[in-house]
Write a protein that binds this ligand. Structure first.
Ligand SMILES: [Zn+2]
Ligand SMILES: [Zn+2]
Length: 554
């Protein structure tokens, strides 16, 4: 087991420092541990049949008795989404804002977890989880009550940024207060652990207010019904759409489970008050087309989300020619193909598609800081050390290069599992913790290197063939071999049927041609038939399917 020296403060990202999502960060000092965020990620084609991935909490689980607690910075899925899956393995107290707690309680309820200790922390409140003292600093983001953390211990103060920007006129919550950061900088900041999402982009993030204006204009220009797809957790955007719709005389309904859940949590905490209310999806039918907007989930092309189902014609809401679909969200790297698939279905149905790339109007702004804002932050804080997190490798590297140009003395780009020593005198990546990713199936959670997944990948590419043999003591067939294949042939196709019959005949001939001793030994017979069958199929199709043989000897 890795030894983490208790004399120094260490930062260990268990997830989130190599890919989008799956954020799980650890601070270690004096033999105690503090976890920050526990988010999920989306599976790609490497994980057939899997939608969600989680960070591996084993490192924390092994040290559970010394785990002081887990802080959730905000309620976005990439920070909160794995808590309900992994908390049962940690059983530690959880600290977060009121809104984040509302979202988390719903998640626990869905997972049947009744008594999780969730403690609500107010903005600017200080929490003592010895040896750590944590101040919760509210910052602007696209969701309510995002808390940046000032984590202090005897080794110094670390600013763990979470997701933030400097929108001067945020539509929800107050604007990030530069003074808080400037003052912290004057007192001395040991390290800044910060959001890298937009570190490749120059300039500054535009205000959400601009989205409200531009969506309002776009709404007025459309004749038919309008669908707007967003991230369900973008509560600011939900309000923006409600207000833009009202300004253009349209009423808003919502479709998609996660949007219903998120708006319920927002209302419970007193948000969405300065916007008109929703109408129900059923009421849409009674409102003229040009007076409606439907907010839908599925901005990332998720196959089971409302938008993809609407685009395929598999939803109660039927799309018609002349309708408009607006993508008011960014494309998370890796989701391009799925999103294009949805767009193609929509366009084929005569629907107009507007996305951030195809319009000069500002229909999406990011909740994350671009280089201009990161520069401000680093100049306010003047940290000794910068550790870029939250992003893919290219984003982390861009963040690091920027910090170097701003004369930050020490910059370390971590991989997942890196043990980063945060010390003025001897900073650096000093060790590495074994960590990985987990995948979520309906009834189990397993490691990404589970054999089931590697087998599934193989089956996807080659198909499978199975043969059952019923033979006597001498290995003579008592009936024709039963061959079953998946992913190889079309049983309706007569030519391919003939081919299927021919492999059965070849298998019969092959077995009869074997030496009597081989026919009498189940293991040898099965292996020889397996290779022969796979070779026949390979000869015809150029594929080597996963092949198995069962022998019944009577
Ligand atoms: Zn995030
Ligand atoms: Zn976020």
């Amino acid at each position: 087991m890795v030894h983490i020296s208790p004399d120094h403060l260490h930062f260990i990202p268990l997830g989130g420092s190599e890919q989008f999502g799956v954020n799980l960060n650890v601070y270690a000092f004096g033999g105690k541990y503090l976890a920050v965020d526990c988010g999920l990620g989306f599976a790609d084609e490497r994980f057939p049949g899997i939608d969600l991935i989680l960070p591996d909490p084993e490192f924390l689980e092994d040290r559970r008795k010394d785990l002081s607690g887990m802080i959730i910075t905000h309620a976005h899925e990439d920070h909160i989404g794995a808590v309900a899956y992994l908390w049962p393995r940690l059983k530690c107290p959880i600290y977060c804002s009121q809104f984040t707690a509302a979202v988390l309680k719903n998640k626990f309820a869905e997972h049947g977890i009744k008594k999780a200790p969730i403690h609500i922390i107010k903005p600017h409140q200080t929490l003592l989880l010895a040896p750590f003292e944590i101040r919760f600093v509210p910052v602007t983001h696209s969701i309510p009550e995002m808390m940046c953390l000032f984590i202090s211990c005897a080794a110094g103060t670390v600013v763990h940024s979470g997701d933030w920007n400097l929108d001067p006129t945020p539509v929800i919550g107050t604007a990030t207060d530069p003074k808080v950061f400037q003052e912290a900088g004057k007192k001395g900041i040991l390290a800044y652990i910060g959001d890298s999402t937009n570190a490749q982009f120059d300039g500054r993030t535009e205000s959400e207010v601009k989205v409200e204006q531009d969506l309002g204009t776009l709404f007025s220009q459309q004749k038919g019904r309008i669908l707007v797809t967003i991230f369900a957790s973008n509560v600011s955007r939900i309000q923006t759409v409600l207000r833009a719709a009202a300004a253009s005389g349209r009423q808003v309904a919502i479709a998609g489970r996660s949007l219903h859940r998120m708006t319920a949590a927002a209302k419970e905490c007193g948000y969405l008050k300065n916007a008109p209310d929703f109408i129900s999806e059923d009421d849409l039918a009674f409102v003229p087309a040009e007076k409606t907007v439907l907010l839908v989930t599925g901005s990332q092309g998720e196959a089971r989300a409302a938008l993809a189902r609407i685009a395929r014609g598999q939803h109660n809401f039927k799309i018609t020619k002349g309708d408009t679909v607006i993508f008011s969200a960014r494309t998370i790297p890796g989701n391009d193909a799925a999103i294009n698939n949805v767009k193609n279905n929509l366009v084929a149905a005569g629907v107009k598609v507007i996305d951030p790339e195809s319009t000069d109007y500002t229909i999406h702004v990011s909740g994350h800081p671009k280089r201009g804002e990161i520069t401000d932050m680093l100049q306010w804080l003047k940290p000794e050390i910068v550790v870029p997190v939250h992003g893919e490798r290219v984003m982390l590297e861009a963040h690091a290069r920027l910090a170097e140009t701003l004369q930050v003395p020490h910059v370390f780009v971590p991989t997942n599992g890196a043990v980063v020593r945060l010390s003025k005198t001897a900073p650096g990546i000093v060790d590495h913790v074994e960590t990985g990713l987990l995948v979520v199936e309906p009834r189990r959670i397993m490691m990404t290197n589970h054999q089931a997944l590697s087998e599934r990948r193989k089956l996807q590419q080659t198909g499978t063939a199975h043969v059952s043999l019923v033979i006597d003591y001498d290995g003579h067939l008592l009936s024709a071999p039963q061959i079953t294949t998946f992913g190889l042939f079309d049983p309706e196709d007569t030519e391919e049927q003939d081919f299927g019959n021919s492999i059965t005949e070849e298998t019969v001939d092959f077995i009869e041609g074997l030496k009597p001793a081989d026919r009498r030994d189940d293991t040898i017979l099965a292996e020889k038939v397996r290779i022969a069958l796979r070779n026949y199929i390979n000869h015809y199709l150029g594929l080597k399917p996963v092949t198995s043989v069962h022998i019944t000897r009577l």
